[in-house]
Ligand binder design. Structure first.
Ligand code: BTN
Length: 231
């Protein structure tokens, strides 16, 4: 499918995901994209906010519809599109931190917030990709863990993401799993979650994270259920 037609751009809005959800509910077509130079109430996963200095990040929401069982691995497919778009712009090699953060050199360069309405058959795919944010422009608490790709053209970033997302949302599950496994930043890492700890051991065919515990047992963690920390 094709993303980017129609395209609505705001100099400033609350959240591109909120604007895209409103358009989806009003019947906007598949591939509709909303971008903004600045968000006043950008949203991240787990109820967190998302902040970026005006004009220095790609703040993007794309509408996927109809949404059906072919999109089971959408949370893994979207960050793969972001990796490829970033690399096409000249970024260093990107990796994915399950379920859908994009990392360069162990630091977060992009986040993904997918808001799905399965009953209504649509999902809004939200991406925040840091383009040219200087280290001292990040809030102090993110300075050690965030980065940007170092290339600042939002128009080129938009075109690259539209193109790569069109491919990855329709990719076969084996292709998505294969590429995710290749870019998996967590494999072999010691991790902890609310109810245990272990070593990340890839993803299963449903996109769950596999974790090997110290007793050898392998457990599958669902993205909605756990909050991970690297240990
Ligand atoms: C995360 O890592 O927590 C996800 C961050 C997603 C941020 C993007 S910015 C564009 C879109 N609009 C939002 O309000 N959120 C997403």
């Amino acid at each position: 499918m094709t993303f980017g037609f129609p395209h609505r751009h705001y100099r400033r809005c609350d959240s591109t995901n909120s604007r895209a959800r409103e358009l989806a509910a009003a019947g906007a077509p598949e591939g509709t994209v909303v971008t903004a130079a600045e968000q006043t109430a950008g949203r991240g996963r787990r109820g967190r906010g998302w902040i970026a200095p005006p004009g220095k990040a790609l703040l993007y929401s794309g509408l996927l519809r109809p949404l059906d069982e072919r999109h089971l691995l959408l949370p893994l497919a979207v960050p793969l599109a972001v990796c490829e778009a970033a690399e096409a712009l000249g970024a260093a090699e990107c990796a994915v931190k399950w379920p859908n953060d994009v990392w360069i050199g162990g630091r977060k360069v992009a986040g993904v917030l997918i808001e799905a309405r399965p009953r209504d058959g649509w999902a809004v795919v939200g991406v925040g990709l840091n383009l040219a944010i200087e280290p001292d422009e990040f809030p102090p608490e993110l300075r050690e863990t965030a980065t940007s790709i170092g290339v600042g053209d939002p128009g080129a970033a938009l075109a690259a993401l539209n193109e790569r997302l069109g491919h990855w949302v329709e990719a076969a599950q084996e292709e998505t799993l294969g590429e995710f496994r290749r870019r998996d930043a967590l494999r072999g890492q010691a991790i902890r979650w609310e109810r245990g700890e272990g070593t990340a051991d890839g993803v299963d065919e449903r996109g769950n994270l596999l974790v090997r515990r110290s007793d050898g047992e392998v457990q599958a963690l669902g993205a909605g259920e756990v909050h991970l920390t690297l240990t």
